[in-house]
Design a protein around this ligand. Structure first.
Ligand SMILES: *[C@@H]1O[C@H](CO)[C@@H](O)[C@H](O)[C@H]1NC(C)=O
Ligand SMILES: *[C@@H]1O[C@H](CO)[C@@H](O)[C@H](O)[C@H]1NC(C)=O
Ligand SMILES: *[C@@H]1O[C@H](CO)[C@@H](O)[C@H](O)[C@H]1NC(C)=O
Ligand SMILES: *[C@@H]1O[C@H](CO)[C@@H](O)[C@H](O)[C@H]1NC(C)=O
Ligand SMILES: *[C@@H]1O[C@H](CO)[C@@H](O)[C@H](O)[C@H]1NC(C)=O
Ligand SMILES: *[C@@H]1O[C@H](CO)[C@@H](O)[C@H](O)[C@H]1NC(C)=O
Length: 813
């Protein structure tokens, strides 16, 4: 089957790990005042504006091209010339791609015989919106603006101030920002009095970059940034340097669809961070890491983008921290693993608009441990910060007709320019036609829009890869669940709420509905549909269908009468399962998992095996569920899939988070933990227990190695377990928990050994010593009787025969 499907899965993996360089649709790079085209250090090609081609951008007004008589050898070639404007002048750029654009203006105030550029004072505007007023530069300045261009032209206008007779510029960059670079909806406003939604549109403002910081990292130049930005280290902004300690990794970040992109922040931003400077002895101290970023006190509003990537945790859900902006809590109990789609080292970003109190000339950012980290190692991190001043644009877009008025205003009275501009803009607003609204990104509850910029969703759901005929109309689901009746709720999880329901023809189903506003889930949703629509197996929960209408994301599964295995082991008061039932359940789950690993050429790794993801049908038939995190296995020429650590605390393969390498042996490890859970009837992690008992895997292995595993067997079944069966079972679990994947058995081996354990339990005649020679083929004929209903399942039979063929060649653990 499934060459296409596998190709699709490998494509997903490919997309996650690689991306091509960003090529802006509009891209104008101008070397002003120069007749030559230059390639600069970052390999971009700047066109001289004096050349036949470049001059086409320059229109109106009087200008002179000026060359620095004594060019500094250490400065950019762009700075050896400048264009001088002695009256109002402009550059015009055709815009193909309506949307946010980056505009950079380079100023390098050299002096020549006739002009000392330090004396220039002028106004710069873009499509009639003021970018700089009364601007003058005493040293090299690069001004960067991000603004919405919603027509087919961008005009950058230079106008000398009244007390200066010229304006100048050395270089101009204008290029389109990547899609979804900034999204208007749902930005949080942090002001001294309140936290609320920022109700204005960023797209109606102009952003001017004030700080762009690579926290914990080195200076980055346009040469090493995807959007040719400069990022500087954070050290000088730290209020207390000793509070912070640099964290870094050599692994490139796991960019996830829906999270930050390489254009939002390049690898280097996310591969370094500052973390709390704590050692073991001081681990009880609670403190914040704080940075103060100077801003001009008259600029009250700033756009603040914080970048995060968990490069410090070794497993998921161990890092919780708070983020404060200007002393106000901006994010409480931030759990990056939740926001970053259950991945470690997966970059996300969060946007805020910050209103400073009067006369405050700093933006203060702090991160510190949250109360939730009480039983965990306390830490808090930050990878990057961008602070942009929000410029309320003075003026408005002008039409051709108003251009003459502009020039008139410019040449008559520069001094009262701002005032005139304000009056003029009011008039223009009244006069101008209503402009088309900027294109808006649809906001839905699905995507974590504000947390990571939320690239638009749904692309993976289109196309031929997903099962047709699985779509279920929302109305049918409403009917099936009595309009999501609270009384029908049977569970809830990371993805959303699960309801019991009845679809037409009395089909009992479990309906998993994404909670609107839930900040995760799209990738899981897609993976789950992709995997389950292609794979059917008696021991894998099957997907009945899905619904993707408006902002709904709903998965419909076959209903599993008896719920998760965990509930039958502890904590819910259900009658205890017999040892034989437990073995049969483990065998069923192992069979499902074995099929997942080997049933297709490339194999699929589940990644989140735990007792709540093994569901029980009538007759306690076990089925593996929740494929949201699964990934396709290694390609032929690799032995692992390199990926971020996903999965659940307590079940995670230690090798997996050490090396961030995923193999099917990671599932084997998790399954080993489940086996001990079944044997001991206690959770994989129980923080209330004594230190050495917290992790079931470690604790059980201690007893197993001492040869005293019977001491920790669930007392409900102690009397019924045969010694030989227990021995086989616990040895199997032990092998699953081997430190290194290579030392662990395959699921096929595990399956066989569990079958054997069942045989030993059932066979009255079994002699202790024979159990040692565990590969004796005499047990084979009995294999497969363990689980009811298997005989009618073709795929299960195939699986079984594969197990045997494998057993013949394996050395049989
Ligand atoms: C002007 O552009 C044309 C093509 O667009 C190119 O062939 C020519 O070399 C350019 N001239 C200069 C001086 O850059
Ligand atoms: C270039 O050199 C001058 C003098 O040697 C120095 O003042 C200036 O900071 C240098 N500029 C850069 C960008 O290194
Ligand atoms: C610009 O400078 C002039 C004097 O040079 C001053 O009168 C005016 O207030 C300034 N405008 C702004 C916006 O700073
Ligand atoms: C923001 O933009 C949307 C659509 O473009 C518009 O409906 C809304 O009124 C705008 N809000 C503000 C405060 O300008
Ligand atoms: C960034 O680029 C410069 C060259 O301009 C290089 O020396 C430096 O090592 C690069 N830094 C990183 C972190 O890649
Ligand atoms: C961190 O800073 C915030 C805001 O200033 C403050 O409320 C909080 O108590 C600080 N936390 C610690 C542990 O100092």
């Amino acid at each position: 089957m499934d060459a296409k499907f596998l190709h699709f899965l490998s494509l997903i993996v490919f997309l996650i790990h690689f991306s091509t360089a960003f090529i802006p649709q509009d891209n104008y790079l101008i070397n002003c005042g120069s007749s030559i085209n230059t390639i600069v250090v970052d390999n971009r090609y700047f066109t001289g504006d004096f050349s036949e081609n470049g001059s086409s951008y320059l229109s109106e007004g009087k200008s002179i091209s000026l060359t620095n008589p004594i060019p500094a050898s250490n400065s950019s070639v762009l700075y050896s010339t400048a264009r001088i404007f002695t009256s109002v002048s402009n550059y015009k750029f055709n815009i193909k791609n309506v949307g946010f654009h980056l505009v950079r203006l380079h100023f390098y105030p050299f002096s020549s015989q006739d002009y000392d550029l330090k004396n220039a004072k002028f106004v710069v505007s873009a499509n009639g919106k003021s970018l700089l007023s009364n601007f003058s530069a005493q040293f090299t300045i690069l001004k960067e603006f991000i603004l919405m261009v919603n027509r087919d032209e961008l005009e950058i206008l230079f106008m000398p101030a009244s007390d200066s007779n010229f304006a100048y510029v050395n270089a101009i960059e204008v290029f389109s920002a990547p899609k979804d670079f900034i999204i208007d909806e749902g930005i949080t406003l942090i002001s001294p009095n309140e936290i609320q939604d920022f109700k204005q549109n960023i797209s109606s403002k102009i952003l001017e970059t004030v700080h762009r910081i690579n926290v914990g990292g080195s200076k980055l130049t346009p040469f090493n940034d995807t959007l040719w930005r400069n990022w500087i280290p954070d050290e000088d902004f730290l209020v207390l340097k000793s509070a912070a300690k640099i964290a870094n990794t050599i692994h490139p970040p796991n960019y996830q669809p829906g999270g930050a992109t390489r254009e939002i922040g390049p690898d280097n931003i996310y591969m370094t961070a500052q973390q709390m400077n704590i050692d073991k002895r001081s681990s009880n101290f609670m403190f914040n890491i704080t940075w103060d970023f100077p801003v001009r006190s008259e600029d009250a509003l700033h756009f603040v983008r914080l970048h995060f990537c968990d490069i410090v945790s070794i497993s998921l859900q161990t890092l919780y921290f708070n983020v404060y902006i200007n002393g106000i809590i901006a994010f409480k109990d931030l759990d990056l693993s939740l926001l970053a789609f259950h991945e470690l080292a997966s970059p996300i970003f969060v946007d805020f608009v910050v209103q400073s109190s009067d006369n405050s000339n700093i933006v203060r950012i702090s991160v510190g441990p949250s109360d939730l980290s009480n039983n965990l190692r306390k830490n808090a991190i930050l990878n990057g910060v961008e602070i942009m001043k929000i410029v309320n644009p003075v003026g408005s877009e002008k039409t051709a007709k108003t251009k003459t008025i502009w020039i008139l205003v410019g040449s008559v009275g520069g001094g009262s320019f701002v005032l005139s501009l304000a009056i003029l803009s009011t008039l223009l607003v009244l006069k101008c036609r209503r402009k088309p609204e900027p294109r808006r990104v649809e906001s839905t509850g699905w995507t974590p829009v504000r947390v990571n910029g939320g690239s638009s969703h749904g692309t993976l759901l289109e196309g031929p890869v997903l099962g047709y005929g699985l779509k279920i109309p929302f109305a049918d689901i409403q009917l099936a669940t009595n309009n999501f009746d609270k009384n029908l709720i049977i569970g809830s999880g990371g993805f959303g709420i699960v309801y019991k329901g009845i679809l037409q023809e009395n089909l009992r189903v479990a309906v998993k509905r994404r909670v609107p506003g839930n900040k995760q889930g799209l990738p899981e949703f897609q993976t789950e549909i992709t995997v389950l629509s292609r794979i059917r197996h008696h021991h894998l929960v099957s997907l009945v269908g899905y619904c993707e209408e408006q902002s709904e994301m709903i998965l419909v599964y076959e209903y599993m009468e008896k719920g998760p295995l965990r509930n039958h082991l502890y904590g819910s008061g259900l009658p205890p399962l017999s040892w034989k039932q437990r073995l049969e359940i483990c065998i069923g789950a192992a069979r499902g998992l074995h099929y997942l690993h080997t049933g297709s050429a490339q194999g699929i790794i589940h990644r989140d095996i735990k007792s709540t993801n093994i569901l029980l049908h009538t007759n306690y038939a076990a089925k593996v569920a929740d494929f949201g995190l699964s990934k396709s296995g290694p390609c032929l020429d690799e032995t692992h899939v390199s990926t971020g650590v996903k999965g659940s605390f307590g079940y995670l393969d230690p090798e997996y988070f050490r090396r961030q390498q995923l193999t099917d042996k990671s599932d084997v490890y998790s399954f080993g933990v489940v086996l001990f859970e079944v044997l001991c009837a206690r959770p994989a992690v129980d923080p209330l227990l004594d230190r050495e008992q917290v992790h079931l895997g470690e604790w059980a292995m201690e007893w197993q190695k001492k040869g005293m595993v019977e001491q920790i067997v669930d007392h409900c079944i102690r009397g019924q377990i045969k010694q030989s069966s227990l021995k086989k079972f616990s040895e199997t679990a032990e092998k699953c928990l081997a430190d290194y994947g290579v030392d662990r058995p395959t699921m096929g081996d595990v399956l066989w050994n569990l079958e054997h354990a069942l045989q030993l339990q059932e066979s009255e005649m079994q002699i202790e010593s024979q159990a040692e020679t565990n590969l004796s083929p005499r047990f084979v004929p009995g294999v497969g009787v363990g689980v009811e209903g298997d005989s009618d399942d073709v795929s299960a039979d195939i699986t079984t025969s594969r197990v045997f063929s494998q057993l013949i060649t394996s050395e049989g653990r």
